[in-house]
Design a protein around this ligand. Structure first.
Ligand SMILES: Nc1nc2c(c(=O)[nH]1)N[C@H]1C(S)=C(S)[C@@H](COP(=O)(O)OP(=O)(O)OC[C@H]3O[C@@H](n4cnc5c(=O)[nH]c(N)nc54)[C@H](O)[C@@H]3O)O[C@H]1N2
Ligand SMILES: Nc1nc2c(c(=O)[nH]1)N[C@H]1C(S)=C(S)[C@@H](COP(=O)(O)OP(=O)(O)OC[C@H]3O[C@@H](n4cnc5c(=O)[nH]c(N)nc54)[C@H](O)[C@@H]3O)O[C@H]1N2
Ligand code: SF4
Ligand SMILES: [Mo]
Length: 680
């Protein structure tokens, strides 16, 4: 007889929607994963990717035993070994290095799972006890996060559900249909009730197709556009003087700056028309309620922090915050009362202050760059989990060279033989979300989710937390916190701030938050006001938001005249799912979108193999001649696994390790290239 049951969990992926999942398990195998109809933000719907989560979990290429390298680094030849042998070898190697200097050991992790337990608990305790180098986890959101903190006081903003009531929605730097599907459903609801949707994005995305207007500005020019909107708000007096006076700081200075940005100047910088600037300003100045869904696409360039600061000022100028359907939302993660000290135990450092390595600069760090190493020792051992840096980190020629170092000891905890796992000395099989406990926050809504294991661990896979518990035991770490089970860690994540019984019963719990957080001001900044003028920014020079041009502006270099952006693919999640055949079939192959005007002089037609290059590297892919690209800008779509791309590279071959103006973030979309037909 078949045994069938349903288990409620949480989507682990780095996506603002953090869906509640219902997994159907038959005879110990997950057969179906669907969206939980009882969870309002999920509303019974999942994206195409995660509806294939069972296919990913039971994939024939899942790593199910520990492996030891049997070929050259990067070759991907391994032999299975037992857990005891694997753990002994790792502990022996780490002990030798730690005896000399534990800072020569670097953990490298990101949000392969956003779970607090499998992402930032026992692992952190382990590395804190060891005294290993700290990792600055900057690869995604820190520029925007820092900018929001300087302006609004934290990663806080509108409640996502109220976008459905807005009359005007600016979708700014986001391909919501691809990367924030559940917000898009709310935006459509608003549109059915008469709202106008405007998409601000250099690329004509599928989201832009469905909006009322698309403003295809040049990459990295968003702050100029925001300043231009302010200019028009001032000139036409579309300002809420009472709100500005009571709830903001620094208006006279910002006003003076904005008056330098008339629509003609903005149009020239942004590569759009002055009428587009005027029209958008009129809409923002005269429509109520008006809301901005800002996303991380705007902050992956030299001035990304300033761009987010400038945009985040707009709602206060018009008093948009007065209405629950007005304001801005970039991230809601600051609303979650996570007890990180309990989970991560920084006290285990016991007064030691290891150096910090910025994950964006892993290429430089592994190649001995003193600045990237923060003056500390060379990296001798790397422990990678929840991330695929060989594919996702910028300037891959250097990243690959670093991972190929024969004197580097690399451990990778993974589900699959990614480009990174191929460079490991030891690979450890990790469980997926269907096989372990976890607890979640979200950055696109405000519910806490619990993930219960739906089925047994597959093969010999162990959860990340279990692996670090086992390693801690091998290293002789005997503090009681190294014995906490995964379920106990779930209970520690929020302490008494969230009712765990409610989570056990429903799988989710709502945080109690006001509908309109800043209707009466009360921003969590030092001044309690929306800070146009920020003390924190003053330390870095300019205390007001400004337009900071890209380092690699379109058209500025004769050798590399095109600007390239590289947004993620709809049917992948960063580099996850690239190996799931049904999804790869939808995505097809790595593509470069190029406008007909840029393709014609280069003799490029759709389907031709092109070489995209700059002084950092060369990348081959198929061209798609398309008006989805604007003139002067090419779109390198998706973070493919290198080994699945033509000639074994991906788009990060070209991106740079330069950092943003705030938050030490990456500048993936600030990248000048040239494109030519590839030699056969
Ligand atoms: N399907 C899918 N969903 C995802 C992901 C994925 O890989 N696939 N990744 C997840 C992750 S890690 C994150 S951080 C979020 C990202 O979420 P978003 O930041 O919303 O990312 P995208 O949807 O790629 O939207 C970014 C958009 O910004 C545009 N853009 C690029 N440069 C600029 C610029 O200078 N100005 C403006 N205005 N726009 C610009 C790009 O063309 C792109 O359409 O999505 C998450 N969701
Ligand atoms: N050119 C370019 N590069 C980019 C971006 C871009 O837009 N353009 N986007 C950037 C952004 S926003 C981000 S967030 C980064 C994302 O980069 P990463 O955080 O590296 O994300 P993924 O590529 O999804 O890789 C996550 C890996 O974690 C593994 N994993 C998942 N769950 C678990 C688990 O429970 N245990 C273990 N051990 N492993 C697990 C998955 O199998 C997967 O291989 O990429 C960045 N890189
Ligand atoms: S990736 Fe995003 S949209 Fe898809 S199931 Fe997960 S949380 Fe939901
Ligand atoms: Mo991200």
């Amino acid at each position: 007889m078949t045994q069938s049951n349903e288990v409620v969990g949480a989507c682990p992926h780095d996506c603002p929607d953090t869906c509640s999942l219902v997994t159907t398990v038959q005879d110990g195998r997950a057969v179906r994963v669907r969206g939980n109809p009882a969870h309002p933000p999920t509303d019974g719907v999942l994206c195409t990717k995660v509806s294939r989560y069972a296919e990913r979990t039971h994939h024939p290429e899942r790593i199910l035993t520990p492996l030891r390298r049997a070929g050259a680094k990067g070759e991907g030849r391994f032999e299975p070994i037992g857990w005891d042998a694997a753990l002994d070898e790792i502990a022996t190697r780490l002990k030798v290095i730690a005896a000399r200097n534990p800072q020569a050991i670097l953990p490298y992790s990101y949000a392969g799972t956003m779970g607090l337990v499998q992402g930032e608990s026992m692992d952190r305790r382990f590395f804190h006890q060891l005294g290993a180098s700290l990792l600055d986890r900057t690869i995604c959101a820190t520029a925007g996060g820092e900018a929001l903190t300087r302006t609004l006081g934290g990663k806080v903003g509108m409640r996502v559900e109220f976008f459905a009531e807005a009359r005007l929605i600016l979708i700014w730097g986001s391909n919501s249909i691809a990367s924030n599907l559940h917000f898009w459903r709310l935006a459509q609801q608003a549109r059915r009730q008469g709202a106008r949707l405007v998409c601000i994005d250099p690329r004509k995305t599928e989201t832009a197709d469905k909006c009322d207007e698309h403003i295809a500005l040049l990459p990295g020019t968003d702050a100029a556009l925001a300043l231009g909107l302010m200019h028009e708000l001032i000139v036409h007096d579309w300002l809420d003087h009472d709100y500005i006076q009571r709830h903001t700081r620094g208006w006279p200075a910002l006003r003076e700056r904005a008056l330098l940005w008339n629509p003609e100047r903005v149009a020239a910088v942004c590569g759009i028309t002055a009428d587009q600037v005027r029209g958008l300003a009129r809409a923002w100045g005269t429509t109520r309620p008006a809301a901005i869904r800002l996303n991380y696409g705007v902050q992956r360039c030299a001035g990304g922090g300033n761009a987010v600061r400038a945009i985040a000022c707009l709602p206060a100028l018009t008093g948009a915050w007065r209405h629950r359907a007005g304001g801005v939302l970039l991230s809601s993660s600051g609303a979650f009362p996570v007890d990180r000290a309990a989970l991560q135990r920084p006290d285990l450092l016991a007064g030691r202050t290891p150096r910090t390595v910025n994950m964006v600069r892993i290429g430089d760090a592994l190649n001995g760059d003193a600045d990237a190493l923060s003056g500390g020792p060379p990296i001798e051992a790397l422990v990678v989990y929840n991330s695929n840096p060989v594919a996702v980190a910028p300037e891959s020629p250097k990243v690959v060279r670093g991972f190929a170092r024969e004197d580097l000891f690399t451990v990778v905890l993974e589900h699959f033989r990614t480009d990174t796992a191929d460079h490991a000395d030891i690979v450890l099989p990790a469980t997926t979300q269907l096989e372990h406990w976890d607890i979640h926050l979200a950055y696109g809504h405000t519910d806490v989710l619990l993930n219960r294991p739906a089925m047994a661990q597959q093969g010999e896979a162990r959860s990340n937390a279990q692996i670090f518990r086992d390693l801690a035991a091998r290293m002789g770490f005997d503090a009681p916190c190294f014995a906490d089970s995964d379920e106990a860690l779930c209970r520690q994540a929020y302490g008494k701030q969230v009712n765990f019984d409610e989570l056990l019963a429903n799988g989710f719990a709502r945080l109690k938050l006001p509908d309109a957080p800043f209707a009466e001001g009360g921003f969590p900044t030092a001044s309690g006001r929306c800070e146009f003028d920020s003390e924190l920014s003053r330390k870095g020079g300019d205390s007001l938001p400004n337009h900071v041009p890209n380092r690699e502006v379109a058209g500025a270099s004769a050798a590399y005249p095109l600007a390239m952006i590289s947004p993620p693919a709809r049917h992948f999640l960063n580099s996850s799912f690239v190996n799931v055949q049904s999804l790869r079939s939808i995505e097809g192959e790595p593509l470069l979108e190029i406008h007909p005007q840029d393709a014609a002089p280069r003799g490029i037609a759709s389907g031709m193999l092109v070489e995209v290059f700059n002084n950092r590297g060369r990348y081959h892919c198929k061209a798609e001649v398309s008006e989805r690209a604007r003139p002067g800008v090419v779109n390198g779509l998706g973070i493919w696994w290198r080994k699945l791309g033509p000639r074994g590279t991906n788009v990060n071959e070209l991106t740079s390790q330069a950092l943003t103006d705030m938050g030490r973030g990456p500048t993936f979309y600030d990248c000048a290239v040239q494109v030519a037909l590839a030699a056969p």
